[in-house]
Design a protein around this ligand. Structure first.
Ligand code: HEM
Length: 311
């Protein structure tokens, strides 16, 4: 059988490629001869993926709770992946910046739109029972959520609202990390002290958060916009959309689930990480805004209100 010229050309290129590393192509071709064809299930590690759901109780709806958290973490991971590519790009262009922001917006839209899986998709009676077996774990302890925040904006914008203005005068990132909104927000209703959920989270991740704050101080999304694309209408539109999704729409969809399952009875707070969530979760109290310079004074003052009315 004659070898077709394209194939001969490909083999020559392969030979050159392997020769550069001092390797003999024919040994590798032998390996190829014996190798199996790639399958879908091996490629995406399906068996491993489906072995990662281990409910703590017998309630069937707990599986939904686990899987939906995992789906969310995978999307968070994609968001971080896009941010990293923007931040580490060697010759960042406006086109790349805007296209990657588009992706981030799309991921967050999917998360917002699918939150009904939590709000309407589980039996409340089951939820209130299996949730007690998961204490003190909480989505509050999502490190990727915190990393998205730290890579998106200057740390001063993540400081709790009462101390933000005073701390703005100092540019010490360490001090700002000490006052991150979620570190002062997750306090026990009864005693005002740090919840166990918060203590454990800090113990495991605070070093990483400090390092990330430092690493991104000059290359978070806000800084990159300011340095390279200030005034770009395309960039501004995407950044405002992202800000609205991350800090109003997703938090509101999430808040709806807390409202649905936990109602207003303080006793129900036991079924969470112990935080006074009614005071902590609503976006209008936190006033976390990644890109405050892109919003008018009125929009900032009314942060979260328009979306609540629409809901
Ligand atoms: C029925 C579903 C859910 C309920 C009732 C719920 C409830 C709560 C509550 C009460 C808090 C306040 C902290 C605490 O006391 O634990 C919280 C925080 C949080 N939860 Fe959820 N949650 C639900 C689903 C999710 C899902 C699917 C995620 C996705 C990872 C998630 C991520 C978070 C995050 C990131 C925070 C911290 C928010 C912030 O600091 O502003 N939650 N959740």
């Amino acid at each position: 059988m004659e070898l077709n010229p394209t194939l001969v050309e490909q083999v020559k290129k392969l030979q050159q490629k392997y020769a550069v590393m001092g390797q003999d192509l024919s040994s590798y071709l032998d390996g190829l001869l014996h190798a199996d064809y790639l399958t879908y299930w091996d490629y995406i590690h399906l068996d491993t993926l489906l072995s990662l759901q281990n409910p703590k109780t017998q309630f069937p709806d707990e599986k939904i709770f686990i899987v939906y958290h995992q789906i969310t973490e995978l999307y968070f991971n994609l968001i971080l992946w896009e941010i990293e590519q923007i931040a580490n790009h060697e010759s960042l262009t406006e086109k790349f910046f805007v296209e990657r922001l588009d992706r981030i917006v799309r991921y967050f839209q999917l998360l917002e739109n699918s939150f009904a899986v939590m709000v309407n998709g589980m039996e409340r009676e089951q939820f209130l029972k299996f949730r007690m077996s998961l204490l003190p774990a909480s989505g509050f302890q999502s490190a990727q959520y915190r990393l998205i925040e730290l890579c998106s904006t200057d740390t001063i914008n993540l400081v709790n609202s009462a101390e933000r203005e005073a701390l703005a005068e100092y540019s010490d990132i360490g001090q700002q990390i000490d006052k991150l909104y979620w570190r002062s927000g997750a306090t026990e209703l009864a005693t005002g002290s740090k919840t166990l959920t918060l203590q454990q989270f800090e113990e495991k991740y605070i070093k990483l958060f400090r390092e990330t704050g430092m690493k991104y101080r000059n290359k978070n999304l806000w800084k990159l916009y300011e340095t390279h694309f200030k005034g770009s209408a395309d960039a501004i539109a995407r950044m405002r959309e992202f800000d609205q999704l991350a800090n109003v729409l997703w938090p509101l969809a999430h808040l709806k689930s807390a409202g649905h399952y936990l109602h207003r009875d303080p006793e129900d707070i036991k079924a969470t990480g112990g935080t006074n969530w009614q005071k902590y979760l609503p976006p209008r109290f936190q006033k976390i805004i990644f890109f405050p310079e892109l919003w008018s004074a009125e929009e900032k003052a009314e942060w979260g209100k328009a979306a609540i009315l629409k809901h």
